[in-house]
Every structure is written in C-alpha cells, then in structure tokens.
Design a protein around this ligand. Structure first.
Ligand code: PRP
Ligand code: URA
Ligand code: MG
Length: 216
C-alpha cells in the first residue's frame, strides 16, 4: 500500500469566518489572536475525530446497562506548538484536549535563506510509540520548519502516521516537501493558498503570523 499525505480543508463556516478575519490586514492584534484561537479550536475538533484514542465499555444508566465509549487515558496525547506563531492556536487546541501534555519547540526562519533554526526544544528524549501528536503551526510555507519539527519527533520514536498538523494557511511547496518526507502524515488546514512570494511569504496568506499575534 502506498501512503499519500492527506490534507483536509474542512468546509465549515466558522473556520471560513475566522480565516477571513485573520487574513484581513485591518484586523487588529487583539482580534487576530481571537481568530487564531477559534481556528485552533475548530481545526482541532476536525483533526481529532478519528485520532483520539477511545475505549469501548459498558456502563449502567439509571435505567439499564448501556454500551459506552470513553477517551482512553492510557494512550499518550501530546500537543506540540511551534513557537512563536504556533502558540496562537494552542489555547483552542488545549480547550479540547485538556489532558494532553504540551511540549514546546521554537524555530525561526532566516529571512534571507529561509532556513529554519531551532532555539528551544522541550521534547523528552523518547516518546511512547503509541503517542498521538498534534502539531500547531499556522503557516506551512517552504515547509522547512515543519519538516525540521517532524524530524525532532520521529528521531524520538514518534510514528508519523499518528501525527496531525493543524495549520491555517498552507502553500503547495510545503505540501510537496512534507508529502515526500512523511507520506503518512495528516494535515488539517483552513486554506491551501496559491504559492509563495520572493520573500517566502504565503500569497494571499495572512502576513507574518508571529508578528500579528504578538504585536511585534
Ligand atoms: O514553512 P516555512 O517556510 O518554514 O515557514 C513557516 C514558519 O515561518 C514562520 O515562523 P517565523 O520564522 O516567522 O517565526 P515566528 O513564528 O516566531 O514568527 C511561521 O510561524 C512558521 O513557523
Ligand atoms: O506567509 C508566511 C510565511 C511564513 N511565516 C509567516 O508568518 N507567514
Ligand atoms: Mg514570524
């Protein structure tokens, strides 16, 4: 069986609405942050529906026994925000995954070469091979940052098929690179945009997600 990277763009009016707010250049930082939180929430909701581990059991209602499904607390669930901009999606993701462990990683792109460099890595030395990892990263542009982040996970024992990335705007360049390197990966995005400009920014995109989130 050949695996193929899957990119889901959920056709949900709340996702489209908050994407439009985030894209608009006249949206102030406070509202931009709200839009990103909402996108984090709804993209997480879509991403975890067949990913969150469950256990089937039986419970007693006040009237009769009933089959029941619970979240399986024995399977580790991790959220990994890629700083800085990935923090903007974290609150929404954490609201739906309150028991997940949060492992931060920080990357910054060199503005000329567009090469990412890692300045913070709070990942443990090893992950349980069953670990589900949700990456929050609003922009997949050249794909350099997300590929480097995936490498940090897989070298610690994470199965790429158990990783989901939630992203706001993704470019075809990043999708091609991620597909070649991690064909079993699943991505949930608000939009797939046309491409990149000469500075490596996604067009039409939403500008610099980190700067707009933190008002820098
Ligand atoms: O796919 P790529 O070409 O690697 O680009 C995507 C990365 O670029 C931006 O980070 P930036 O370096 O601006 O850091 P920031 O999040 O701190 O603003 C963005 O937040 C992504 O992490
Ligand atoms: O368009 C882009 C590309 C990379 N990082 C951003 O914040 N925006
Ligand atoms: Mg930035």
């Amino acid at each position: 069986m050949t695996l193929q990277l899957r990119v889901y763009v959920p056709p949900h009016p709340l996702i489209q609405h908050w994407l439009a707010v985030a894209r608009d250049a006249s949206t102030p930082s406070t509202l931009f942050r709200s839009a990103m939180t909402e996108l984090g929430r709804w993209l997480t909701y879509e991403a975890i529906r067949d990913w969150l581990p469950i256990q089937e059991t039986t419970i007693d209602t006040p009237l009769a026994p009933s089959p029941a499904t619970f979240i399986d607390p024995t399977v580790p669930v991790v959220v990994m925000p890629i700083l800085r901009a990935g923090l903007a999606l974290l609150d929404g993701a954490q609201a739906l995954l309150p028991l997940a462990s949060i492992y931060h990683i920080g990357f910054v792109r060199n503005e000329e070469t567009l090469e990412p460099s890692c300045y913070l890595n709070k990942l443990p030395a090893k992950f349980d091979p069953q670990t589900r990892v949700l990456i929050t990263e609003p922009m997949l542009a050249t794909g350099g940052t997300s590929i480097a982040a995936m490498a940090e996970l897989t070298q610690r024992g994470v199965d790429p098929a158990l990783v989901r990335i939630i992203s706001v705007v993704v470019a075809p360049t990043a999708l091609q690179k991620l597909s070649a390197a991690y064909p079993s990966l699943n991505i949930y995005a608000a939009a797939i945009d046309e491409g990149l400009n000469e500075k490596g920014f996604i067009v039409p995109g939403l500008g610099d997600a980190g700067d707009r989130t933190f008002g820098t």
